[in-house]
Ligand binder design. Structure first.
Ligand code: HQG
Length: 180
């Protein structure tokens, strides 16, 4: 994806995950907003304009799907810091999920488990490659945790899938985590 689309994608994430107020829009309880309104307000606020076809190009060309256009609306699929409710019900996760992180965080996680920190949910990856990619954002040689997701779900934790291979969960106690 070229630099211009990457920059626009980051701005979309900023607005749809964290600061809809900055461009004068409100999200519904599930994080959705009318697509035409989003485009109008986005273009009033930012220098580089966006359109439905540009957003579709971003969705098609991104390494992972960060947004979904559904009917007349758009939403971020994960990553929120403003409170949003999951749009679809929890599901039984695969036996194992993964989480990539830094060495510094891993020490704390071994004691405290995974916490959602500044976001609405803990983010887990469907496969090792994704977990590595997530971890490398902050550490060139990230620590990868294997999450006993099926067992954690059996203990009552609710796992929410997204279309992008990211699974969302409120927290993961340390007993379900293993460094691999
Ligand atoms: C860590 C990006 C200390 C956790 C990515 C992580 C992902 C703890 C950091 C998505 C902890 C939070 C989310 C504890 C967790 N003590 N540190 N008890 N529990 N942590 O960015 O999962 O590219 O909020 O390990 O690719 O890194 O933007 O979460 O390092 O899918 O679409 O606290 O964001 O997606 O960091 O990343 P984040 P994340 P995009």
């Amino acid at each position: 994806m070229d630099q211009r689309l990457t920059r626009l994608s980051k701005r979309l994430s900023f607005v749809l995950r964290h600061h809809p107020d900055k461009i004068g829009i409100q999200l519904d309880p599930y994080g959705r907003v009318d697509l035409e309104l989003l485009i109008k307000k986005f273009n009033q606020h930012f220098g580089t304009p966006i359109s439905k076809s540009i957003i579709q190009e971003i969705i098609k060309d991104s390494d992972k799907q960060r947004y979904a256009i559904e009917g007349n609306t758009i939403r971020a699929l994960y990553g929120h810091s403003i409170p949003v409710k999951p749009l679809t019900p929890p599901e039984t996760p695969p036996e194992k999920l993964y989480h990539g992180t830094t060495h510094a965080a891993a020490k704390l996680i071994l004691d405290e488990g995974l916490k959602k920190m500044d976001r609405d949910f803990v983010h887990l990856s469907a496969n090792l490659q994704m977990a590595n990619q997530v971890g490398r954002r902050r550490d060139p040689h990230p620590v990868i945790f294997e999450v006993a997701a099926r067992n954690a779900a059996a203990s009552g934790l609710l796992f929410y899938p997204t279309k992008s291979g990211v699974w969302l969960v409120d927290h993961v106690p340390a007993k379900f985590l293993k460094i691999i």
